[in-house]
Ligand binder design. Structure first.
Ligand code: 5GP
Ligand code: ZN
Length: 118
């Protein structure tokens, strides 16, 4: 069931139950390589604490979600992705392509991106 932490794929990656190529691991945020990358750099930034989606956020979740952006921009800068530009994406709901119901921020970089998105 979406929102359940027990079977949540990203909770299981955060806990180390399921392996992933972790690139950042701090008290609030874990980031890892996407298993099906859509760009030369494609990382997922997730709060350690389960939050199902943007739509499920409460005000109390704002700092945890804000930290995803802060950590993604720091990693992007470390990798010099800021020089050419990069894309940050939250998919909300089925129509937007959300498949994992644990909030995650996509960091995509290393190529050009069109607008409007598909
Ligand atoms: P969404 O479509 O929900 O915005 O993004 C979910 C992302 O998780 C997708 O880009 C997908 O490739 C990635 N993903 C799905 N399963 C796994 C997995 O087991 N490991 C990793 N590292 N990424 C996954
Ligand atoms: Zn979760």
């Amino acid at each position: 069931m979406p929102g359940s932490t027990e079977k949540c794929l990203f909770c299981r990656i955060v806990s180390g139950d399921i392996p992933a190529n972790i690139v950042l691991d701090d008290p609030d945020v874990v980031a890892f390589e996407d298993i099906n990358p859509q760009a030369p750099t494609h990382l997922l930034f997730v709060p350690r604490r389960h939050i199902a989606s943007i739509d499920a956020m409460s005000d109390a979740d704002s700092s945890a979600v804000g930290l995803l952006v802060a950590r993604a921009s720091a990693v992007a800068r470390d990798r010099h992705l800021h020089e050419e530009g990069y894309r940050l994406v939250f998919n909300q709901g089925d129509a937007a392509g959300q498949t994992v119901y644990h909030i995650h921020l996509h960091l995509l970089g290393g190529r050009g991106f069109s607008w409007p998105p598909g």
